[in-house]
Ligand binder design. Structure first.
Ligand code: NBY
Length: 810
């Protein structure tokens, strides 16, 4: 990538502005300036983008394709600048032109084509795959509308559409010439020739055009630009005549209109399945088209292509790949199956039963009839192969089609060579409980890949003040090699360094406090403990446990306003699924409790609650650097990994956590003294399930503190929550508290007291915080994707073909 000095940049920038808008800098709006900068950047990296692609092709390198129904990159302006090596020059150059880079960054809408952890992980991986020089691509859907915008009205969550494409998208390139057709619906009949070869004949149904929009994934200062390919639906030119009515057109356009449509009704579910098949078919077709250009025999495809199935949503990759090999390439079933298994791999992200996808047979037959036929045949052969080898019961439990439903996880496991979980504990649970039957069948397929995070975004971009302290203390190598953060341990007794870190944290807290003041009208004390829980709102993540502890503190302060506790600001960020009634009730109750507590002068500002609207990647970048305490309090065994836990630790927050997901590995990294662990273990949770001995009502009866706290939900202490308070009360007492909130309550309160106590000894607190930063390097997603590359995809970095200036060797 061309390096520029400040002067050159200023010239280029002014010239580009004149070309694009016929304007002077002083006349341009932030939006015009943003467009200008973006266009300068894309033209600068497009050369490398093409070159990267050519290098992969010339070297005939094996490539991986990460199929994910969600990507959550957030804003790309600054991360691209950083990765291009332009950030400092541009920031300084703009400043001389009287422009704040951050004002331009604000213009860019968050690209929010994902719900939460799973989508954000996919984007961290895209960054790391490019940054480690791996030949890997993303494949997904270009939703017209991203994840809804959250607003609070009367303290209730209200969802607004996210029209992120309204002003265009700088980073994408429409590649009309790479479009493919996808067939949906209709019927299919098989005819057989004298050799017994089957040919499918299609009747009715519709053919839609899948048009790719490619976005460059710029690697960190390594001249590599990979591709994230997102598919958008269009009506094929030759079919225009069949789509005269607005309604007919809409059924097609709806296909890539919204992320994660409501799946609580028949029509919504159908749309969701169609989306899945749409991006799977388009992606697999384009991979095969590329492979054929290489002119290699089809039997070698697994030496050139790896397809990754991110959760079950793209599991139909297995059947689509089979379809193309058998129907289009005339490969025999046995050979095709062998290749498919070698090409495919699958990651599981949850043990929650309701998130394990199943589709009814009639639905699948009507959306993708040929795919259903192939799945039926995979299932039939699986049963035949296992019969006589495995017990009848085991086969029935593991087959793909059961009780008129297609089990997508089973398809993904049977049709691939690798199944991984996303943290050690989670992967162990897959083997021992959730997917135990499959582990019996295919022990060698199971492995762990603990999640990771894109370190650069979560330090250099989000937390420049801490980054500066790190540079001054341990040098700059940590920016490329996060493991070098360990050097910080040499300074754990250095008061100067501890104070510098404290000052950086305070800067970030003041900045967040200003944002809170502006957006919530709540004044918070930047010297208070900033206690943060940011993640999707879900019962198993137990935002309720956090709230009950806050209520307990409030009641205690009401009784004794001089209670010697450190002032605390409890900060929440969370969206609830639009149809998830219970989660929305929790939001309402937190918000009402916030109104009550924040306006109660009698507690001397010792407690504040702030629920920030519309939690997204950009807001995360604001909150995380300002956090003192990281809440990771899911019921043990339920959180597959978590990734905000890693981001918060990296930014020096101290974790209060159950032994769940990657919290276990964070504990191992920092040691028991630098984390507050509490609550039931995964074994204890499973024991309760086995013995059926959990009685939440008994805790309520016997524990006066619990009773007092829970009663505030229904006794009018918290105003305006008549039905929501009752609903939550009932979930705990009448329906026996599915996530053991009451069981863990006392232990949680004790752990919170230890946090309060630790914070009082500032020096020790700062040391704990330092040790968290120092030990976070192992959670870099650079490291995680390298494990995927070596163990699962068998792909190699392209650096092998470049000299150290990034120039390709021929
Ligand atoms: O994936 C999350 C896990 O909860 C978290 O522990 C983990 O760190 C992260 C990355 O591995 N899972 C997640 O975000 N899941 C979803 O967003 C999701 C999306 C769709 C559906 C289910 C879950 N679905 O049923 O359609």
């Amino acid at each position: 990538m061309k390096k520029m000095n400040k002067k050159e940049f200023k010239q280029c920038f002014s010239r580009r502005l004149a070309e694009k808008f016929a304007m002077e800098v002083s006349d341009a709006s932030p939006s015009e300036l943003y467009q200008t900068l973006g266009s300068l950047m894309t033209s600068a990296y497009s050369q490398d983008w093409r070159q990267t692609w050519q290098d992969y092709r010339d070297a005939e390198q094996k490539q991986s394709y990460y199929f994910s129904i969600e990507f959550l990159p957030g804003k790309m302006l600054k991360s691209n600048l950083l990765n291009m090596g332009w950030l400092e020059t541009v920031e300084a150059g703009l400043l001389e032109l009287g422009i704040q880079l951050d004002d331009l960054a604000e213009i860019e809408p968050d690209m929010a084509l994902g719900n939460g952890g799973l989508g954000r992980l996919a984007s961290c991986f895209m960054d790391s795959i490019a940054s480690t020089g791996l030949p890997g691509n993303g494949n997904g859907i270009r939703y017209e509308y991203g994840l809804f915008k959250q607003r609070f009205v009367d303290n209730y969550q209200v969802e607004l559409p996210d029209e992120w494409l309204q002003k265009g998208n700088l980073w994408e390139v429409r590649k009309e010439s790479k479009a493919v057709n996808v067939r949906l619906g209709g019927n299919v009949y098989l005819s057989s020739d004298e050799m017994g070869n089957l040919t499918p004949h299609y009747q009715d149904g519709m053919v839609v055009r899948a048009v790719p929009y490619d976005t460059g994934m710029v690697g960190y200062q390594n001249n590599i630009v990979n591709t994230m390919r997102l598919w958008s639906v269009e009506i094929p030119a030759e079919e225009e005549g069949n789509y005269r009515s607005v309604e007919a057109r809409r059924t097609v356009e709806d296909l890539t209109s919204v992320l994660y449509p409501d799946d609580s009704n028949e029509a919504g579910r159908r749309l969701r399945l169609s989306q899945e098949y749409f991006f799977v078919s388009a992606g697999v077709q384009s991979i095969l088209r590329y492979y054929k250009e290489l002119k290699q025999p089809i039997d070698k495809i697994s030496q050139y292509v790896a397809i990754h199935i991110n959760d079950t949503h793209p599991a139909m990759c297995v059947a689509e790949f089979m379809r193309l090999l058998i129907d289009e390439e005339n490969v025999s079933w046995e050979r095709a199956w062998n290749l498919t298994q070698k090409v495919m791999s699958y990651t599981n992200h949850t043990i929650m039963a309701e998130a394990l996808e199943k589709w009814s047979i009639p639905m699948m037959k009507s959306v993708c009839p040929r795919i259903y036929q192939i799945i039926e045949e995979i299932d039939r052969r699986f049963v035949a192969e296992m019969t006589g080898v495995q017990s009848f019961d085991l086969i029935q439990r593991t087959r793909i089609i059961q009780n008129d439903q297609v089990h997508m996880a089973h398809l993904a496991i049977i049709g691939s060579h690798s199944t991984n979980g996303v943290a050690k504990l989670h992967s162990d649970l897959l083997k021992s409980v959730v997917l135990h039957d499959f582990y019996e069948l295919y022990p060698a397929r199971f492995n762990n890949k603990t999640n990771g995070i894109a370190m650069r975004r979560w330090t250099q971009l989000a937390n420049p003040s801490m980054s500066k302290v790190l540079d001054e203390t341990i040098g700059k190598t940590w920016r490329k090699t996060p493991g070098d953060l360990r050097l910080l341990l040499n300074y754990e007794n250095d008061d100067q360094v501890l104070n510098n870190l404290a000052a950086a944290k305070l800067t970030n807290k003041k900045r967040l406090a200003a944002y809170i003041q502006e957006n919530c009208g709540v004044e918070v004390n930047p010297h208070a403990i900033f206690d943060v829980q940011i993640k999707r709102l879900h019962a198993y993540k137990r935002q309720l446990l956090n709230l009950l502890h806050i209520i307990k503190l409030y009641l205690e302060l009401k009784e004794n306003p001089d209670l010697p506790i450190e002032p605390r600001v409890f900060i929440f960020g969370a969206k609830a699924a639009p149809s998830y009634h219970y989660a929305k009730s929790i939001i309402k109750v937190i918000n009402e409790t916030a109104s009550l507590i924040n306006n109660d002068d009698s507690i001397h500002n010792k407690l504040k609650i702030v629920f920030l609207e519309n939690y997204n990647v950009s807001l995360a970048e604001r909150i995380i650097p300002a956090a003192d305490v990281s809440e990771q309090i899911s019921l043990a065994s339920k959180e597959a990994s978590g990734t905000s836990n890693m981001k918060l630790m990296l930014n020096g927050a101290v974790t209060i956590a159950t032994l769940d997901g990657a919290n276990v590995e964070i504990r191992d990294a920092v040691g028991d003294d630098n984390i507050a662990i509490f609550g039931l273990t995964e074994e204890e949770v499973y024991q309760y399930y086995e013995n059926k001995t959990y009685h939440a009502a008994a805790i309520y009866e016997q524990d006066n503190v619990v009773r007092r706290v829970i009663d505030t939900l229904i006794d009018g202490t918290i105003p305006n929550i008549h039905s929501e308070g009752q609903e939550i009360f009932d979930s705990l007492i009448k329906y026996n508290d599915e996530y053991f909130v009451l069981r863990d309550f006392e232990a949680y309160c004790i752990a919170q007291m230890s946090i309060d106590k630790a914070y009082k000894y500032q020096r020790r607190w700062l040391q704990i915080s330092l040790r968290n930063i120092a030990n976070a390097g192992r959670f870099s997603s650079d490291h995680t994707v390298q494990r995927y590359a070596e163990d699962i995809w068998q792909i190699e970095p392209v650096f092998a073909h470049k000299d150290d200036r990034g120039v390709t060797k021929h």
